[in-house]
Write a protein that binds this ligand. Structure first.
Ligand code: T5A
Ligand code: NA
Length: 203
């Protein structure tokens, strides 16, 4: 990366099973990037979130939304310090998932956005897009709380709306892993050539 003192902050978003983790791995290798993911199930807050997703405990909608957000806030310093050291970050889900999933449940979208306001803003958001009808046969879809076709359909509607408002880069997630990877790398290279990568902005 030329002229860039700080690292790039790249986020992958999309429905469950769209291939985020697969592409995150490939990109981390190619960009020598630090891999991050949300929820980060390794922290104490993350383990409560994980129990909730697995259906081991119930938590009210507002509280779980705040926990997902707090789980990002506890990584705030790591994100900033990593980028300022000149290290790239590739992150599997971020605040946009928080907004999409909680507002699909019926929570007001502005309220959902507010708790993440002030977090480091990604340079690029890559939205791996595909209808849930075609993703639901992948992996172990159905194992966790939100993995229901009808709900994912509502989540997709919020992601689609955000994609326009927040200028996500949309990639067809129904292509092969290799095709998707090449297209993401093209987007990143294009961004590096054309964008000014200065101070870290905030959500
Ligand atoms: N959530 C998350 C919130 O409600 N609020 C929040 O703030 C946040 C951050 C957990 C849940 O939490 C919600 C959203 C989620 O419902 P998670 O742990 O990221 O989020 O769970 P998933 O998104 O379900 O993660 P998965 O690992 O299941 O899906 P990925 O990462 O999108 O997909 P991946 O790469 O693991 O691939 C899934 C399967 O498909 C295959 C893979 O080999 C694998 O079997 N695959 C492909 N098959 C065909 N073609 C391709 N191109 C493929 N790419 C991958
Ligand atoms: Na994943």
């Amino acid at each position: 990366m030329k002229n860039n003192k700080r690292g790039l902050f790249i986020v992958l978003e999309g429905l469950d099973k769209c291939g985020k983790s697969t592409q995150t791995e490939l990109l981390c290798e190619a960009l020598e990037a630090k891999k991050m993911q949300f929820p980060d199930r390794s922290t104490s807050m993350g383990s409560i979130i994980s129990d909730y997703l697995k259906g081991k405990r119930d938590i009210n909608d507002q509280v779980i939304h705040l926990l997902f957000s707090a789980n990002r806030w506890e990584a705030q310093n790591t994100i900033i310090e990593t980028l300022n050291k000149g290290i790239n970050i590739v992150c599997d889900r971020y605040a946009y998932s928080g907004v999409a999933f909680s507002s699909a449940k019926g929570l007001p979208i502005q309220w959902c956005k507010q708790c993440d306001s002030g977090l480091p803003k990604p340079d690029l958001v890559i939205y791996l897009r595909a209808p849930i009808k075609q993703l639901k046969d992948r992996g172990d879809f159905g194992a966790e709380r939100y993995e229901k076709q009808e709900f994912q359909q509502q989540v997709q509607e919020v992601f689609d709306k955000m994609a326009q408002e927040e200028q996500f880069n949309i990639i067809n997630a129904l292509q092969t892993k290799e095709e998707i990877f090449i297209q993401i790398m093209d987007l990143i290279n294009d961004y590096i050539q054309n964008a000014l990568i200065n101070t870290i902005e905030q959500l």
